[in-house]
Design a protein around this ligand. Sequence first.
Ligand code: HEM
Length: 128
Amino acid sequence: MSDPTPYDRIGGEPAVRMLVDRFYDLMDLEHGYAGIRALHPASLEGSRDKLFWFLCGWLGGPPHYVDRFGHPMLRARHLPFTIGIAERDQWMACMKQAMADVGLEAEFAERLAASFFNTADWMRNRGA
Ligand code: HEM
């Protein structure tokens, strides 16, 4: 048997959905994330689905995003939005808070956060 993937470890689709829902609920609720909230559409329903589909594959589970849209080209898809250090750090803080709120074990959440950081930093298209 191969080692469990992060997708297995987190608890599969229902757990990924819960994480994404908490992430976007927080983005809507918390004043500290208003900067990145403003970059998103008025309704977050489409954003929730896309991040959920993407994260299932990114964590080693089913490739729902790729099945629907092909290669993610994530950096290119973020180019319409100004993403600098402040936006990256708000995204990371929101995701870390969401991971804690859904009860991910701290050491596992820290490892995921390190991977999220690499992806979030790669999305930066502005120096500051
Ligand atoms: C660094 C800060 C980030 C900001 C400010 C940001 C912001 C955004 C915005 C405004 C959208 C468009 C929402 C929509 O079309 O509904 C988007 C889409 C998306 N973001 Fe991010 N994002 C960031 C980082 C990330 C990271 C780290 C990931 C993955 C781990 C990610 C995954 C996605 C995905 C999968 C989409 C949908 C792309 C599409 O199909 O159009 N984003 N993001």
